[in-house]
Design a protein around this ligand. Structure first.
Ligand code: GLP
Length: 239
């Protein structure tokens, strides 16, 4: 695992942006398949993509996850988040945007279809991600299996509490979600993860120094042969 420690959030976002551009330029396939996260961490990265007007005409995106129990129109759905922060600002073709549908009638079927669609496109070229304070990646909470694929999951109290900042109260945060699995993430050709702030320090310590262990899902990332973790000094204080 390549670990890059930078001064602050701005530098982390700039580095992730440059890395994404380099990876995109190296791509020799007709399309570039990009896995994307939500959360507070990638916001500046998305701003940089929009500001630089990166050409998304040949990019196909797959978002990592989506809440169940709120509609797509809800401002806190990941669908709304992605539209507001990225999709409405770039020239991506609507048919190239993939976000799990948390409102699907048959959620099991939705998960299966999502996983199959990723395979149909030949897999993810670059999966960009953030890390939760409890080490979750996408919504793979502690105790998620290494072999897990796209599925419905229960969110932990910790994650609900962490994400309450986007809602009126913790009671409004959905309790379940659809998430790609650990094996879906690990199946990408390249991984690019980022974290900033001292509230991520313990998760970063476990990710970098700990053994690959279910209790800290992000610790599995080190088993990937092409993974870069970009963090700021505050997130690196326990290394
Ligand atoms: C979530 C998302 C993850 C994200 C993580 C960290 O809720 N499902 O994809 O990486 O939490 O979020 P943040 O960047 O807000 O700290």
């Amino acid at each position: 695992m390549r670990v890059i420690i930078l001064k602050n959030y701005e530098q982390v976002s700039e580095c992730v942006f440059n890395h994404f551009i380099a990876s995109f330029k190296k791509n020799t396939r007709d399309n570039f398949v990009l896995g994307l996260p939500t959360g507070g961490t990638p916001i500046l990265f998305y701003e940089k993509i929009a500001k630089n007007q990166v050409d998304f005409s040949k990019i196909i995106t797959f978002n990592m996850d989506e809440y169940i129990g709120i509609s797509r129109d809800n401002k806190n759905s990941f669908y709304s988040f992605m539209n507001e922060n990225l999709y409405k600002k770039v020239n991506i073709k609507p048919e190239n945007i993939n976000i799990p549908n948390g409102e699907a009638m048959d959620l099991e079927q939705e998960c299966k279809k999502y996983e199959e669609k990723i395979k149909l496109y030949g897999g993810i070229d670059l999966f960009v991600g953030g890390i939760g304070t409890n080490g979750h990646i996408a919504f793979n909470e502690p105790n998620s299996d290494f072999s897990s694929v796209t599925r419905v999951v229960n969110l932990t109290e910790k994650t609900i509490k962490d994400n309450a900042r986007f809602f009126n109260s913790a009671d409004d945060v959905p309790k379940t979600a659809i998430t790609v699995g650990i094996s879906t993430i690990m199946g990408a050709k390249e991984l690019l993860f980022m974290a900033n702030g001292k509230n991520k320090a313990e998760a970063i310590k476990q990710t970098v120094n700990g053994a690959a262990d279910k209790l800290w899902p992000s610790s599995f990332l080190k088993n990937h042969k092409n993974v870069t973790l970009v963090i700021d000094e505050a997130a690196a204080i326990l290394l």
